[in-house]
Design a protein around this ligand. Structure first.
Ligand code: NDP
Length: 238
């Protein structure tokens, strides 16, 4: 897509205040898109319109999209990035630790997608990009809740592809491996070293490398239902 065509396209990034979401929002600003960030705090990159919402609350998600539409028009590209972990071994995992992660990572994405597609269907164009994880298809001890939500996004994207593909809407999943952010910094050092040893690239990824894949999918009109790994080879074959 030419720079001229990109100008004015509208993007919404959830969790744009830090980590991977922030890098994605910055990338779209640099590429000349009109960018809104849905977040719980207004610490967003320069040039990003702030709309407050908590992913667990349908009313606030719907209101955020309405505010964004009033500011920059219907959403053409949705990047569903906000996500949490509550890691613990299966036998110790409480119902709350399971359902809290589902509420943000899976139901939260559903809430955003349902609201954003209204305008996409009317315009007969849209790009839905969900940030999953390598562990969605690879599995990970201590992450039964998290991995279940991240693989759930694959089913969601593929069902949207079948339901809305003929209306010019694509839905894809980006599956990052270990990326240098607050989420991975929280992992015990021994766990980080173990993962490092199993990554063919021999390093963790950078947030910009996820933004590259997202930018590609925002342009691609004939890629849908795909899972794009950005993991240094960690999950290959899964
Ligand atoms: P961070 O923990 O740095 O950021 C998470 C983002 O999600 C924050 O903006 C946070 O907002 C937001 N968020 C969490 N809960 C809610 C909620 N209830 N309502 C609104 N926003 C919420 O994570 P990363 O940047 O590392 O991860 C971003 C995405 O990438 C996640 O989906 C994660 O699962 C995925 N991922 C990350 C990997 C990594 O190595 N870092 C690897 C694979 C996937 P707030 O600041 O308000 O908490």
């Amino acid at each position: 897509m030419s720079e001229e065509q990109k100008q004015g396209r509208t993007v919404v990034v959830t969790g744009a205040n830090r980590g991977i979401g922030r890098a994605i929002a910055e990338r779209f600003v640099a590429d000349g898109f009109r960018v809104a960030g849905i977040a719980r705090s207004d610490d967003l990159p320069e040039g990003v319109f702030f709309a407050h919402a908590d992913m667990t609350d349908t009313t606030s998600v719907d209101a955020a999209f309405t505010a964004i539409e009033e500011h920059q028009g219907p959403t053409e590209v949705l990047v569903a990035n906000a996500g949490i972990t509550k890691d613990t071994l299966l036998m110790r995992m409480t119902d709350e630790e399971f359902t809290d992660v589902v509420d943000v990572n899976l139901t939260g994405v559903f809430r955003c997608v349902r609201r954003a597609t209204k305008g996409m269907i009317r315009k007969r164009t849209g790009r839905i990009i969900m940030i999953s994880s390598v562990v969605g298809l690879y599995g990970s001890p201590g992450q039964v809740n998290y991995a279940a939500t991240k693989s759930g996004l694959v089913g969601m994207a593929r069902s949207i592809t079948r339901e809305l593909g003929a209306r010019g809407i694509t839905a894809n999943v980006v599956a990052p491996g270990f990326i240098d952010t607050a989420m991975t910094a929280e992992l015990p050092e021994a766990t980080q070293e173990k993962y490092l040893a199993s990554i063919p690239a021999g390093r963790f990824g950078a947030t910009d490398e996820i933004a590259d894949a997202v930018a590609f999918l925002a342009d691609a009109g004939y890629v849908s239902g795909a899972v794009i790994p950005v993991d240094g080879g960690l999950g290959m074959g899964h």
